[in-house]
Design a protein around this ligand. Sequence first.
Ligand code: HEM
Length: 401
Amino acid sequence: MLNPFLLMAAFYLIVAIIAAADAALTSFTLLPWFAGLPWLRVHFITLGVFTEAAFGVLPAYVAARRGAATPATRWDIWLMLNAGLVVLLAGVPSINAGLIIAGGTLVFIAVTLLILQLRSLGLGHSEGAGSLKFYVAGLIYLLVGILVGTGLWVGWSEPLRIGVPKEVHIHANSWGFASLVFAGLLIDLLPALTGAALASRRTLTLIFWTMTLGALGLVLGPWLGGNLYVTVPGLVLHIGATVWLLVALVQALQRHGLFASAGAWHLVVSYTWILLPVLVAPLIILGVSGIPGADIEATAPQALIYGWMLQFFYAVTPYFMARWLLRDAHARLGGNWLSFITVNLGAIFIWVSIFLVDLRSPIHAVAYGLLVISLAAAAWETGAIVRDALRRVELRAGQAA
Ligand code: HEM
């Protein structure tokens, strides 16, 4: 049986190429009529690639921890998530409140059902420092992110008393959902790649609590109108946990000689793009001259999504596809040197475009041109695995008929 969530993740990886190409062409003013789709560009990756892939592999990982077989596809969850996504893809760019609420609600229900599925899969099993709590906490942050995101353009922020709603949405999804789920995935991935745990139980439990509490501060801060007494401790805790996780990751990859491949570099270097905004944040808060705070806030999320989330998935998506579509027990991290160089150069150019105001459009265009190349390189590898898996299924179906 093919994992339909992973097939959708591969599909949206390819769709994301078109959205990045649109950004390159509109910046060169070759396609002026097609401008204004930044929501789609970001969410093809965050919802289309990341959320789909998470739905595809989390139940399998939680079951595997108990020594149980991969659970059967939950088609009810698949339908909710994908129907919600399609409705949002139509509703958000056209700012249609009915469609936004319908789409947000469907995705919210899908995430709730996934949490319940993961809880029941993990039931009766002493989880210790395993990944389940990272996944459940991450998905709870996603529920908050969905609630705030759905309400962003339909007027819910006032009754919910959210001070800076867009920031709450980004923080809940990036520092809550993505950070925690990525950490859980690394915990599950490393033993398969290296034969050893990522870190000791104690270390992972401490990382979990530091990261989860840090994310809480980062969500509550902007919710309370930019309260620095809440945001700053959150930031310090979250960054501390991320650096701790990274040190453990680098040591584990190094011990097993995995830095010979681009995949390991993708994983580690992707974190540069979440740490960089954090290093710049104090300069914005202090109003240091020459630091264009508003421009950074408008542009940095794009570098975060492409540089961090997408780059992380360049390494893990081909691995997931090989493991769960081809049933390859010796699957390796994906990505190659071309995707590695172009995705990081693309993210560098997005940041450079913030500071070189006069050259912003051409630099932006070059950045997205590089990102298109990186996406194409990654989608080629992923697409080849998916094609082989589909051929196998078709062959088997043909033989059975
Ligand atoms: C039901 C799900 C979701 C809905 C309804 C939603 C809605 C929105 C809306 C309305 C915006 C504001 C766009 C603007 O003001 O320009 C936005 C921005 C954003 N969202 Fe979401 N979102 C959802 C899921 C996610 C997820 C899962 C992630 C990340 C994992 C995410 C990350 C972001 C980011 C980074 C931005 C800022 C983009 C930028 O400023 O360039 N969203 N979202």
